[in-house]
Design a protein around this ligand. Sequence first.
Ligand code: S3P
Length: 182
Amino acid sequence: MKRIILIGYMGAGKTTVGKALSKELGIPFYDLDWYIESRRRKTVPQLFAELGEDGFRKIEHNMLHEVAEFEDVIISCGGGTPCFFDNIDYMNQQGQVVYLKATPEVLYKHLLMGKTERPLLKGKSPEELIDFIHEQLEKREPFYTKAQYTLDVSLMDNYEKIKITIDKLKEHLGIDIAEIDK
Ligand code: S3P
């Protein structure tokens, strides 16, 4: 049974890697934010606006417990998921957790280019955004680094490099999966 859980800051490429890996391994991909949106029939920004961040985190925690029970899946979490409640410890119990690590500069570039609406970043100027990423990463890294495996995705800026990243991840997970299957 494979259950691979991807974590990392906003803009690290969790969804890109998750989808590519899902195709390679032939197992379904779940994005926790999308799962929350379909279960609650509301967007993440709507949930933040209506319930505040605390309310969103409670829902996120509950929904994590639903998806992380599914078998043979790849799950990508929101950037904050591992940093609330005991979520990271639970994830480590449930599956193979991979931290997709990128530098603040790379994350900044991706977030500026990205079209996704992210409540935590709303209204920030480019200068405020880079400072915010630095500050938040410092607070979040202790949670992210509890993952069993860290993959540097800073250089993942074209298709070839994405493929190399996926191959590295597969190689690593392949070894682990073989051991688990024994
Ligand atoms: C958040 C990240 C978002 C989403 C929410 C909060 C965070 O997910 O869950 O906006 O706290 O970092 P992505 O990392 O997929 O953007």
